[in-house]
Design a binder for this molecule. Structure first.
Ligand code: UDX
Length: 477
């Protein structure tokens, strides 16, 4: 049967537009697949750069072929090809999206056939909100970060008004912030989103864009009620229509099983070539003995920091699996083979180094006993789902606040925050893997169970996704 014939004629056309970054594209592709399973007609808009990475390293395009009415389209992100698109320099993309991508996007939407009934846009893409409003297209925004970070971003303008921002230097970092509802007792300056450390136009823009998230037809979040219910209740006073549909990767797994489809290879949306050899290395390690170390797709490290982590890991005496992706140390060149030889040699006894791992599978492997993470939201959720305790070393943006919640609110691990010192690394690894292991495992096991329940039939995320699909269907023009 022809693909178009399989799709119900009444299906509305949804355009999905993620920020062109690994963490964002990853979760929006998962959302797209969930909506495709529900039979919606979807166009997924990638930047040229991202699409090329996906074509090079994944089978994502062929995976989506089976969905009737699914199409990929591409658009320039405006950055030159040679731009590294990592580290703090990544933020330059917001300028080129505004000046170069926005007019192209506008024209694309005007000419798109069939007409777009609903724009499902990344909540950090202010340009999508502007264009949707101009063209009168209903928009649902998706924040790919946690509810707690979204809420803190929203509150930035209130913090400024209350005189709690700007932060007055390093000595001010432990001051308590009291103007974010729901976080009055534990939020310090150092836990605020990374952008709050510098008072510049980025901060103002992020807060204003976040306020726009609360004004569309609804706000979609990759989280679940049992994890962030308290903060969500505060958010609902500003935007009652919040759909919590996460953890998306688990939700997708569950729905694929339900619809009798073969499970796709995990972590299929990577911008890097996945090295699966670490799985056979893990097979040889004792249960719960390995610390998984990964800092996501945007973090960059100095060689000094890399060595502090490395000495800390070696001195802890624990086994470790460490992802050092190409370009993670820009001072050493941005392609592979940039990892110091002495580190590679010295790791062999108890460690395994890879340039990119199948992370979801790694975290689900029985040999993993802990995760040293940059607290990116996808990584945090993947760890929560597998019940793996975390040591958090947040790099930027939402990660500072995620790490505070992991340690202080959810009790799922330790927060190393701004420290990068071999003695601290060693102590934290030992605390997580030995001294306080049982305490953390109790909380992580409980939260993992709640995560599973919420994506099963009748669970909060399951019901919210059905409600989202119904609401989108009602937008059919
Ligand atoms: C970030 C974060 O989402 C967010 O904190 C920030 O605001 C902007 O984007 P990233 O730094 O890549 O993205 O982190 P994360 O959200 O954790 O996403 C990384 C993804 O890459 C995860 O889904 C993880 O499974 C995957 N990954 C990472 C691999 O598949 N293999 C690896 O070796 C490392």
């Amino acid at each position: 049967m022809d693909k178009e014939e399989q799709r119900p004629q009444t299906s509305p056309h949804v355009l999905i537009f993620p920020l062109p970054a690994q963490g964002h594209v990853n979760s929006m592709l998962k959302l797209a697949e969930l909506l495709a399973l529900a039979g919606l007609k979807l166009t997924f808009l990638n930047s040229d750069f991202v699409h090329e990475q996906l074509l090079r390293h994944t089978d994502v395009v062929s995976r989506f072929v089976k969905y009737a009415g699914f199409e990929f389209r591409t658009i320039p992100d405006g950055l030159p090809d040679e731009h590294p698109r990592a580290g703090h320099g990544f933020m330059e993309i917001f300028e080129t999206l505004e000046s170069i991508t926005k007019p192209i996007f506008n024209e694309m939407l005007v000419n798109m056939k069939p007409r777009v009934d609903c724009l499902l846009a990344d909540g950090v893409l202010g340009i999508a909100v502007d264009v949707a409003q101009e063209l009168g297209i209903p928009i649902i925004q998706f924040r790919t970060i946690s509810a707690c970070s979204t809420w803190a971003y929203f509150a930035v303008l209130d913090m400024i008004q209350a005189g709690e921002l700007p932060i007055k230097g390093k000595e001010d970092m432990d001051r308590l912030i009291t103007s974010v509802p729901g976080m009055e007792t534990f939020l310090r300056c150092r836990d605020l989103p990374g952008f709050c450390r510098v008072m510049d136009s980025t901060l103002q823009r992020i807060s204003e864009d976040t306020r726009k998230n609360f004004k569309g037809h609804g706000l979609l979040l990759n989280t679940f009620e049992d994890l962030e219910g308290d903060i969500l209740s505060h958010m609902r006073t500003k935007s009652p229509n919040i759909y919590t549909v996460g953890p998306l990767h688990l939700h997708l797994r569950t729905r694929l099983c339900e619809s009798d489809q073969t499970l796709f290879e995990q972590s299929p949306n990577s911008f890097y070539k996945v090295d699966r050899s670490c799985l056979s290395w893990l097979d040889k390690q004792p249960k719960g003995s390995v610390l998984y170390v990964s800092f996501g797709s945007l973090t960059v490290l100095s060689s000094e920091q890399v060595f502090e982590f490395w000495f800390g890991l070696i001195n802890s005496g624990k086994r470790f699996l460490w992802v050092l992706r190409p370009g993670i140390m820009p001072e050493k060149g941005d392609e592979g083979n940039n990892i110091p030889v002495e580190l590679i040699k010295g790791t062999k006894e108890r460690g395994c180094l890879v340039s990119w791992a199948p992370q979801e599978e790694v975290l689900g492997h029985g040999a993993i006993g802990g995760f040293l993470t940059h607290s990116g939201w996808n990584s945090t959720l993947e760890s929560v789902v597998e019940g793996v305790p975390m040591i958090c070393w947040p790099y930027f943006a939402d990660q500072q606040i995620n790490s505070r919640f992991v340690s202080q609110v959810w009790g799922l691990g330790l927060d190393m925050k701004d420290l990068c010192d071999r003695h601290i690394v060693e102590k934290m690894v030992n605390d997580l893997m030995v001294e306080r292991r049982d305490e953390f495992l109790k909380s992580t096991t409980k939260m993992a169970k709640l995560a599973r329940e919420c994506v099963n039939v009748g669970g909060s995320s399951y019901c919210n996704l059905d409600r989202l699909v119904e609401d989108i269907r009602s937008m059919n023009s």
